[in-house]
Design a binder for this molecule. Sequence first.
Ligand SMILES: *[C@@H]1O[C@H](CO)[C@@H](O)[C@H](O)[C@H]1NC(C)=O
Ligand SMILES: *[C@@H]1O[C@H](CO)[C@@H](O)[C@H](O)[C@H]1NC(C)=O
Length: 317
Amino acid sequence: MAGFLDHKVKFVLFCQYSHFGMSVCYGWIIVFAALVSVTCGQREGPTTESEEPWTGRWMPHPPDIESTSKKPEDLHDPKHGVKMGVIAKNCDDAKTNLTLDWDMSPYYYTCYSPLDKFVPNFRLKPILECENIPKHYVAHHECMNNTVEYDRPIPTLLYSFFGAKQMLNLLKIFWHLWCFKGCGTHRPLWPRYGEYKYVPRQRWLHNLEHGAVVMLYHPCVNPFEVKMLKKLVTSCLRRHIITPIPLLDPQRPLALVTWGCRLTMSAVDPKIVATFIKNHALRGPEKYAKDGQYDLGLEVPAEIVSDFDDSELCPKR
Ligand SMILES: *[C@@H]1O[C@H](CO)[C@@H](O)[C@H](O)[C@H]1NC(C)=O
Ligand SMILES: *[C@@H]1O[C@H](CO)[C@@H](O)[C@H](O)[C@H]1NC(C)=O
């Protein structure tokens, strides 16, 4: 896939210097992209949603699980593949097979070189990146019998090397096909809001879809900066998730993420943080304030800031 993306970059450069005119050139890219997305789609395999109801025996299970156990056909959701928020033993109950997403290794929250924690650089400007996620894009839900992997440290973002705006709408459709399994796929149950020892990406992506702000920090960030950013986030809205993640760039080891947007920082600037939250929080495609069910590693549950719906972001006190 990475090799293929390189080809696309070359194509775009080629268009700028070719004498065919941009539209002819982009036309060829579209044909090429269509062929690739069809072949890739086949390689990934369609999600085989078995239409036949299960007629075999069910494994015996304790009676108290009976009420939360759903047959696969009850879980089917035409939008996401699997319904969200339904606790189901055979798909996701926020308890079973959690090691699929986090092997419980301390690697994810430990700074292994505590003596050289990253020094905040106030001259390094924060970077705001937003992507125009197609309105019709619906992230896929994946049960806990399957791994979910991402091809970049902070998922949900569209690659942004397509310059020509007029082609964007067509490209969005192809992006939807490419991204079907890789971009925003996440688990059906989302984390309860608050501060965690560690939450895997497969979980917090779901909160973004509901409009949350996720604060990420590298385990080796200067603790003072982490404390300051935590304080700002927790006083802006209830719908927040805070977790370390060792994948961030040491240059900008602090990040705020919302649906389609991210702000990466070397040092915390309270004004920039508040502006980002006011402009981008609660913009997910699903307006849903309810708390989640996943709470592995939850350390500080979120508290209400303005009200349950976060009607006022970053209220002045
Ligand atoms: C995972 O479980 C779901 C729901 O029970 C089922 O529809 C799906 O086919 C399973 N996938 C695999 C790879 O076993
Ligand atoms: C847990 O993982 C095993 C092995 O991958 C799988 O067979 C099983 O269906 C999974 N359980 C759930 C609830 O997805």
